[in-house]
Design a protein around this ligand. Structure first.
Ligand code: GTP
Ligand code: MG
Length: 204
């Protein structure tokens, strides 16, 4: 899919104030610093669209970006960021949970996992929360440029094994990406395009 336009729409901490447009949206979630904002910029060919930083905790709000004037990409704050309050650290921030539980336009969520790391409880817990609430998601393994193909393959195998052990019957759809080499860009965009087309067909 070609991106012809990518425009910031609005920032929020309140799902009730998110755009009212009945157009499909795709959200990016994961630990702080995993590369959510960088991935959005890579997909849209715009380094300045979403704010990125080497310091965790950069994205603090729900940010809607309108793409090609007919669907949204949503950048969200990270979870697992140590400098938030103890209460927030224990769970996921309430407004993030609310977004996932209440946002009817949300079609698919991309859960970002740093491909360098072994499976971590907070990510598995978040996928558990999505699963319990029947919220569809894919996994995106980020920062693939930082690993050799052999180590990447090994880490993916470890992740698959862990999810199956955690009683997921099937491994979710997944993508391997790099914001620096642009690996995975076409795969993610083509997936979104396919889902958008299926939605259109089902509406007619
Ligand atoms: P928060 O908004 O704080 O939750 O973080 P985030 O998940 O949006 O991460 P962000 O996109 O701001 O990236 C964090 C850091 O990782 C930045 O220094 C990025 O340059 C770097 N980074 C992100 N993606 C990649 C990647 O694919 N490869 C490499 N090498 N660095 C990356
Ligand atoms: Mg961010």
């Amino acid at each position: 899919m070609q991106i012809n336009s990518a425009v910031f729409e609005i920032s929020n901490t309140d799902v009730g104030k998110c755009p009212k447009n009945r157009i499909p949206e795709y959200a990016f979630i994961g630990r702080s610093n995993v590369g959510k904002s960088s991935l959005i910029n890579m997909l849209t060919n715009n380094k300045k669209l979403a704010k990125t930083s080497g310091t965790p905790g950069k994205t603090q709000l729900i940010n809607h970006f309108k793409i090609n004037d007919n669907w949204f990409l949503v950048d969200l704050p990270g979870y697992g960021y140590a400098r938030v309050s103890k209460k927030q650290r224990r769970g996921f921030q309430k407004f993030i949970k609310d977004y996932f539980l209440k946002r009817e336009q949300l079609i698919c969520t991309f859960v970002l996992i740093d491909s360098r790391h072994k499976p971590q409880k907070i990510d598995l817990d978040f996928m558990g929360f999505l699963g319990e609430n029947q919220i569809p998601f894919c996994i995106v393994f980020t920062k693939a440029d930082k690993l050799t193909p052999t180590v990447l393959k090994r880490n993916l195998a470890i992740y698959k094994e862990k999810l199956l052990e955690d009683s997921w019957d099937i491994f979710p759809n997944y993508f391997v990406t790099s914001a620096t080499s642009k690996e995975g860009k076409d795969q993610v965009l083509d997936f979104i395009q396919g889902v958008n087309e299926d939605l259109k067909k089902s509406q007619h």
